[in-house]
Ligand binder design. Structure first.
Ligand SMILES: Nc1nc2c(c(=O)[nH]1)N[C@H]1C(S)=C(S)[C@@H](COP(=O)(O)OP(=O)(O)OC[C@H]3O[C@@H](n4cnc5c(=O)[nH]c(N)nc54)[C@H](O)[C@@H]3O)O[C@H]1N2
Ligand SMILES: Nc1nc2c(c(=O)[nH]1)N[C@H]1C(S)=C(S)[C@@H](COP(=O)(O)OP(=O)(O)OC[C@H]3O[C@@H](n4cnc5c(=O)[nH]c(N)nc54)[C@H](O)[C@@H]3O)O[C@H]1N2
Ligand code: SF4
Ligand SMILES: [Mo]
Length: 691
């Protein structure tokens, strides 16, 4: 037999800033290798460990290959195989009956299991718009930081990641790129070889912080204070770029007043770091040219996360760092993509154009599902359709989430690759295709390219793309609108405004053929101002925020739960817990890939020797982590990587694959951030005791 081998151009679907360009090698219809595209300027032929093993995930023996219907009690994971016809008929009938009475009792629940537009909010969004469902506020990751950037720069925009290679100082702030953005880390290392200084700002001595020249281990949720303290020094010592400020910023004099109260001494106390660290950092930041900040989402998961992002985002404008392509800041680049959201989601399909849909925040899904319904909340949630997300593992205050999902009167459909913690609570589980089996189009949030994902292999078993599942459901609902017949190819093409100048005349056919294309943008995006704000300037003072009832100037908003801000609670639960991602998991994805889970071993908790000793905790001991919301077990690692007062449990475990059936979200809270209504995963007091 002759072997038939070819290579397919694809894109990594995962929620990761790097959005790699992939080459998938297919032999006789089987994907045998997934590699990074050597020509793509940020992927450079390299993938992370997880996605190098993507075929292991796609061909995993536990892949869901046919529809399942629940037979046991909710959460028991007892299902029988059913046909697609039986599953789709019953789902359409049940949703149709609810919609006839109260459409807003239906709720989609989805996030970035895939970041593709086609398998994300296109056909699915059309389906929920047409049925008149409640809208999901998709806040679980980045919406605090996104709001901070939007008020300051006008959108999620920043430096081209490639230019960090020429930076002389890089602040890696609330970011652990060795884990969460390896391609940025490769660039930062090259900058280091060329003489750049790297400084990590992180309460935890992460894999990245260990490898930087300096590590500033501030207390969680105190970043805004540090940024305001730096501004205090920059202004007091006249280290600012007056010309840039005058031409390209708004509100300098108001900002000057605001930062007066953030003296290095006060900031040092808030952040739990030496006073001279604040002063030296500010001076170095002003003198290194060009200076760049890689800001990331770890620092916006506390109450003041929105304002913290805003405060840090003001820094590059104060010193005029934006003048150089290798100066400025990168948190997100997703605002550069000329996305046509209305063409994707078709909000015009909603019958009620006179009133906005009821909105349910995904970050408080536990409370939402447990709510009986009233005039303020709106109707009780009766049906939930989950895709691209695993809320029973990833959403905060997990005991409430599980209680909500456990409601016998809730009708739940889960589209998945695997029988996750969430799928265990489904009435119907529908098998979805993976990235190798479907078509998609991807923007990124950590670089400035648009990518295509061509399908490499046929769907495994009876699995279907999300888009096709919603297309089939729409047919069963009897909807006649032509948009419910659009193919995946059409959905992809409709996602982008191709005539936007940033697309430089490219089209979908070219993108599919070439795999990726760089947006046409200036190399130093804000050298001449041209921010995406209403004023076109970097807004230190935001008139929009004032109008919307927020503090128009950046400020430090203390955490809900910290020793200083909540001493009563801290008496009982004196340790701040953070639960950032483990390197070989991707949120809760890959936890079920045995070879990757083996590298992590079991759930761990890093604790400082000074916190461990008085509690009688020795290295390797089993410990119980607890607060009023819940409790979980982990293996203690007594280490100075965790600063005193802070414990670190790398995440996000599948609950059912942890020895005690629990993960870090047992103890996290459903409180929301100051801006963006985001979760506060890293704003969480606990205590720890030997088991
Ligand atoms: N391997 C891997 N890669 C991933 C993911 C994954 O799960 N695994 N997840 C992906 C997703 S969805 C996202 S959003 C990104 C997340 O990746 P990042 O944006 O890098 O954010 P986190 O990993 O949450 O946190 C980064 C660092 O912030 C620190 N941190 C915690 N609290 C604070 C604080 O208050 N201030 C400061 N300055 N630092 C703090 C943490 O200790 C951690 O080392 O990574 C993506 N990439
Ligand atoms: N304690 C704690 N909790 C956290 C965080 C933390 O740092 N600490 N991080 C938070 C962050 S930043 C995020 S982004 C969220 C992430 O939370 P989620 O967005 O829920 O991400 P995952 O856990 O990776 O789950 C994605 C699921 O989608 C499925 N999936 C992937 N592709 C497809 C597809 O094409 N079709 C269908 N139907 N399914 C698909 C995968 O199999 C997987 O089970 O978690 C948050 N939760
Ligand atoms: S998870 Fe991130 S680093 Fe890994 S292949 Fe995907 S985009 Fe690249
Ligand atoms: Mo995220």
């Amino acid at each position: 037999m002759t072997t038939n081998t070819h290579v397919v151009r694809a894109a990594c679907p995962h929620d990761c800033p790097d959005t790699c360009a992939l080459h998938v090698t297919v032999e006789n219809g089987v994907a045998i290798k997934v590699q990074g595209d050597a020509d793509h300027p940020t992927t450079k032929g390299v993938l992370c460990t997880k996605v190098s093993r993507y075929t292991e995930r796609t061909y995993h023996p536990d892949r869901l290959l046919h529809p399942l219907k629940r037979v046991g009690p909710k959460g028991s994971g007892e299902f029988v195989r059913v046909s697609w016809d039986e599953a789709l008929d019953e789902i359409a009938t049940r949703l149709g009956a609810i919609a006839a009475r109260e459409p807003e009792a239906i709720l989609p629940y989805s996030y970035a299991g895939t970041m593709g537009f086609v398998q994300g909010e296109s056909m699915a969004a059309r389906f929920f718009n047409k049925i008149g469902a409640s809208d999901l506020d998709r806040t679980i990751c980045a919406s605090a930081g996104a709001a901070g950037l939007r008020y300051t720069y006008g959108a999620g925009v920043g430096m081209h990641v490639e230019h960090f290679v020429d930076s002389k100082l890089i602040l890696i702030w609330g970011s652990n790129p060795i884990t969460s953005s390896v391609h940025f880390w490769a660039i930062a290392q090259e900058a280091k070889r060329r003489g750049a200084k790297l400084i990590a700002i992180d309460p935890y001595r992460s894999l990245t912080a260990e490898k930087c020249h300096q590590h500033i281990a501030l207390l969680p949720g105190t970043d805004a204070a540090l940024a305001l303290g730096m501004m205090h020094v920059l202004i007091a010592e006249d280290l600012v770029d007056h010309e840039y400020i005058a031409r390209h910023t708004v509100g300098y004099s108001e900002l000057k007043d605001r930062v007066r109260r953030y003296t290095p001494a006060r900031v040092a106390e808030i952040c739990g770091i030496p006073e001279e660290t604040v002063t030296t950092l500010a001076r170095e930041y002003a003198s290194a040219k060009p200076a760049a900040i890689r800001l990331n989402y770890g620092m916006q998961r506390a109450r003041g996360g929105g304002q913290a992002t805003r405060a840090v985002a003001c820094l590059p404008a104060l010193i005029g760092a934006w003048r150089d392509p290798a100066g400025g800041l990168l948190m997100s680049t997703s605002g550069y993509a000329p996305v046509d959201a209305a063409a994707q989601a078709r909000p015009d399909l909603r019958a009620r154009q006179d009133k906005p849909a009821r909105i349910v925040n995904m970050s408080a899904i536990g409370d939402a599902l447990c709510h009986p319904g009233d005039d303020v909340f709106g109707p009780k949630i009766e049906a939930l359709v989950v895709y691209n997300s695993n809320p029973v593992a990833v959403a905060p205050e997990s005991s409430k989430v599980a209680a909500g999902f456990g409601r016998e009167d809730l009708f739940t459909v889960v589209l998945e690759h695997f029988q996750t913690d969430t799928a265990d609570y489904a009435d119907f589980v529908l098998p979805a295709t993976t990235q190798l089996e479907h078509l998609d189009i991807h923007k990124a949030y950590g670089h400035t390219y648009l990518l295509a994902n061509n399908p490499a292999i046929a769907p495994l078993g009876e699995s279907k793309p999300n888009s096709e599942i919603f297309r089939l459901l729409a047919k069963r609902m009897g909807w006649q609108e032509p948009c419910f017949s659009d193919t995946d190819d059409q959905l992809a093409e409709q996602s982008i405004r191709w005539n936007d100048a940033r697309m430089a005349g490219s089209d979908w056919e070219t993108l599919k053929r070439d795999g990726w294309i760089r947006y046409d943008l200036p190399e130093a995006p804000f050298a001449n101002g041209q921010f995406y704000t209403p004023s076109g300037k970097c807004e230190f003072y935001s008139e929009r925020m004032r109008e919307e009832g927020f503090d128009p100037l950046p400020d430090w908003v203390p955490p809900y739960e910290s020793v200083a801000s909540n001493p009563g609670l801290a008496e009982r639960y004196p340790l701040a817990m953070i639960s950032p991602p483990a390197r070989n998991f991707l949120n809760s994805s890959f936890v079920n890939v045995d070879s990757l889970r083996a590298t992590v071993g079991e759930p761990t908790l890093d604790i400082h020797p000074e916190d461990a000793a008085p509690r009688g905790i020795s290295d390797g001991a089993s410990v119980r982590i607890f607060n009023d919301r819940g409790t979980l077990n982990a293996k203690a690692r007594v280490t100075e990587k965790a600063r005193e007062g802070v414990v670190v449990g790398l995440s996000i475990w599948w609950k059912k694959l942890a020895p005690d059936g629990k993960n870090a979200n047992e103890v996290t809270s459903q409180q929301l951030t100051d801006l963006g209504r985001a979760p506060t995963f890293y704003d969480c007091l606990v205590d720890v005791a030997p088991v």
